[in-house]
Design a protein around this ligand. Structure first.
Ligand SMILES: C[S@@+](CC[C@H](N)C(=O)[O-])C[C@H]1O[C@@H](n2cnc3c(N)ncnc32)[C@H](O)[C@@H]1O
Length: 322
């Protein structure tokens, strides 16, 4: 496979993996940590950004997912008794009104599925504010996306990005989650063992040795869970395995189907976690994005850490403004 085909294959896997998450109906990508929409200092940051946008002006959320930020922008405008022209763009096959719980809340927001943020469907300088939470940094090459953002906002618009950073809690959690994936898929192959055990039962074969191997793998995964307290994917895998074995007692064929769906879900999560790990920005790269913004003429651009509470770093904000 050439480098370019490998890159395209990876992009397709990622788009599918993200699409799968959004179809499951979660509002945003931190749904395991934050109930409802983004709140606290994250929401306060966004409210301050929206304060600077005048009635009728265009806001574009790049990498919008299920539209959490676009929705915050809409609610902000409503609270001010005005309206914005709000758009959400994503490379995945998104459709927030269809998949998220309250379709009516998205009325008036225009979503652009299968649309890359380095080729935005907006005229030069037609966007007052580009926003991105944990999305800009996923794009490749980032330089091209930054130039595209500058083109869309023109000399008078702004952009506000909340970016994954190497010093954030999310980065720590991602490392543990990926170690947990290695434990599940590579070191113990516990899903394969469950599959082989149940298939053996179904075929009437002696399953004693595979059953023993499964129990050994379970003990290893349980020990791993103690070493990786932030790895929520292990709790999810335990839930799936428990439910599979319960079903296997009465309906082994159905249990195998259930296990296959569970594996698909866990594998898609691993793809997203790898994508996330690649997106995390070391501090010098954040400084570089800031410096590029200033060099491009956005002299008032600022870079700052964002802590949801003391000690809970959620990333860094880059506000690009003239
Ligand atoms: C971590 S999610 C964040 C979604 C949303 N902003 C949120 O806060 O819930 C990253 C999103 O960026 C999208 N994405 C990644 N690369 C992209 C690109 N080059 N162009 C457009 N969207 C992209 C993914 O499909 C995914 O939906």
């Amino acid at each position: 496979m050439s480098d370019r085909s490998a890159m395209l294959a990876t992009a397709t896997d990622s788009n599918e993996a993200w699409g799968k998450l959004w179809r499951a109906g979660v509002l945003h990508s931190c749904s395991t940590a934050i109930d409802g929409n983004y709140d606290g200092r994250i929401a306060a940051f966004w409210q301050a950004c929206f304060d600077g946008v005048a009635a009728g002006h265009r806001i574009v959320d790049i990498g919008t997912g299920n539209g959490a930020l676009a929705l915050l922008a809409k609610q902000h405008a409503e609270a001010r008794g005005i309206g914005f022209d709000i758009h959400g763009v994503d490379a995945a096959d998104i459709d927030p009104p269809r998949w998220a719980s309250d379709a009516a809340s998205f009325t008036g927001i225009v979503f652009h599925p299968r649309t890359r943020m380095d080729a935005l469907p907006f005229d030069d300088g037609s966007v007052a504010l580009v926003i991105s939470q944990y999305a800009f940094e996923y794009s490749r090459p980032r330089d091209a996306t930054l130039r595209e953002v500058f083109r869309a906002i023109g000399p008078t618009g702004s952009a506000a990005l909340l970016l994954h950073s190497a010093d954030s809690l999310i980065s720590l959690t991602a490392r543990q989650q990926l170690a947990a994936c290695e434990l599940l898929f590579d070191e113990t192959a516990i899903l394969d063992l469950a599959n082989d055990w149940i298939s053996g039962l179904l075929a009437g074969r002696d399953a004693t040795s595979i059953q023993q191997a499964f129990h050994q793998a379970s003990a290893r995964v349980v020990a791993g869970a103690a070493e990786l307290p932030e790895a929520a994917i292990l709790r999810k895998a335990f839930h799936y395995l428990h439910a599979t074995l319960e079903r296997a007692q009465t309906a082994p064929a159905q249990a195998l189907h259930y296990l296959s769906d569970a594996r698909e879900d866990l594998e898609a999560e691993r793809v997203r976690l790898r994508h996330l790990a690649d997106a995390i920005l070391p501090l010098p790269e954040l400084d570089d994005l800031h410096a590029r913004s200033i060099a491009a003429g956005y002299a008032a651009s600022t870079l700052a850490p964002l802590d949801q509470q003391a000690g809970s770093r959620m990333g860094w904000t880059l506000v690009v403004s003239p």
